[in-house]
Design a protein around this ligand. Structure first.
Ligand code: SF4
Length: 344
């Protein structure tokens, strides 16, 4: 069965055919997880190489989840759900693949003689501190393994749940290079509620910056996305950068909205509902591809860097906290066939 893209009705409860039958699919009738389905799989590998053509400042990633209950309308990772034969609209928000063996697998891979101890980035495809992490608790095992092998790593998140692991992060930072970035594209509460409905409020995310900084873990902010016509006025940019600086961020890296296939259709549907007068502007602005025009990107970057300097922050130093210049388009990962999946 192939799930239809951009479905509007309740998510289907059947297991996608691509998973075969050897996967545990769970739904929880608690307020936190109502309407969400978890597909628990045993992955074959957990440290993934970033595609060679990528412009990312790191080569390796860990993604313990696929899909994200944070449900950001613009999420560039939506397309990756189609690799699993899953819906890229509401399905991406509610059908979450959980690699339940991620911590054990990571220990095995870090112990391998082939592993060279390179930097590993997390949160670059979907958020590893999304709500599912509250239940599955994969990150403590992952951070613990990275700490024990003194393996450098970075995390990009919108999730306040990262504060649960503060002590582990502190221990890891004592033995290796740890970079944390929090994603806050704007601080407008109305905008937040409609376009990032499953995320903690921007102010709560900035509290994460405050608390990490307070325990001596430097934290940068990826100011993403800056949304054309909606969050990019000079006053809005100033308000956002001022709040980021006030939280104690050591850097801010702006990134204009980009609309890859999968995200584009979902975002344009949202735009037509909430801001119909802007649809034509977006069709023009994104006529030639996924990215906003270079002049727009330069303008936003220039404005944000000027504001950052005014508030005493710098742009991210290359490699300092490894905030992505652009999110990583996840490659289709090899999906375990029925013989590799184990019912838990
Ligand atoms: S938090 Fe990140 S991964 Fe999750 S939906 Fe939002 S943009 Fe996508």
């Amino acid at each position: 069965m192939r799930w239809n893209n951009l479905s509007e009705g309740p998510a289907a409860s059947a297991t996608p055919a691509l998973f075969g039958t050897d996967v545990v699919t769970r739904t929880f009738d608690t307020p936190e997880f109502r309407g969400i389905t978890f597909h628990e799989v045993r992955a074959r590998s957990i440290v993934n190489r970033v595609p060679g053509a990528s412009r990312m400042p790191f080569e390796w990633t860990i993604n313990p989840y696929r899909g994200c209950t944070h449900a950001c309308v613009y999420c560039f990772a939506r397309k990756t759900h189609s690799y699993l034969d899953l819906d890229t609209g509401i399905g991406f928000d509610t059908q979450i693949v959980v690699k339940v063996n991620a911590p054990d697998l990571l220990r095995r891979e870090l112990a391998s003689r082939r592993w060279q101890g390179d930097h590993i980035a997390m949160g670059t495809n979907v958020d590893c501190y999304q709500r599912a992490e509250g239940r599955y608790r994969l990150m403590p095992g992952i951070i613990g393994a990275l700490r024990d092998y003194a393996n450098p790593f970075s995390i990009l998140t919108k999730g306040t749940l990262i504060l649960r692991d503060l002590e582990l992060l502190r221990q890891a930072a004592a033995v290796t290079d740890v970079g944390i970035s929090v994603s806050v594209g704007f601080v407008d509460p109305t905008m937040w509620r409609t376009i990032e409905p499953g995320t903690p409020a921007p102010e709560r995310r900035l509290d994460v910056v405050r608390q990490l900084t307070a325990v001596g873990i430097p934290c940068g902010v990826l100011m993403a996305p800056v949304i054309p016509y909606l969050t990019d006025s000079p006053a809005q940019l100033r308000e956002t950068v001022r709040a980021i600086a006030a939280a104690g961020a050591n850097s801010v890296t702006p990134l204009a909205l980009h609309l890859r296939p999968g995200a584009r259709e979902w975002f344009m549907r949202w735009l037509a509902t909430h801001h119909p007068r802007l649809v034509r502007n977006y069709e023009v602005m994104y006529a030639t591809g996924a990215y906003a025009p270079k002049w727009y990107q330069r303008r936003i970057t220039g404005q944000v860097h000027e504001l950052a300097a005014e508030y005493g922050m710098g742009p991210a130093r290359p490699g300092a906290h490894r905030a992505p210049r652009e999110p990583v388009p996840a490659e289709p990962e090899p999906v375990p066939g029925p013989t590799q999946l184990t019912i838990l």
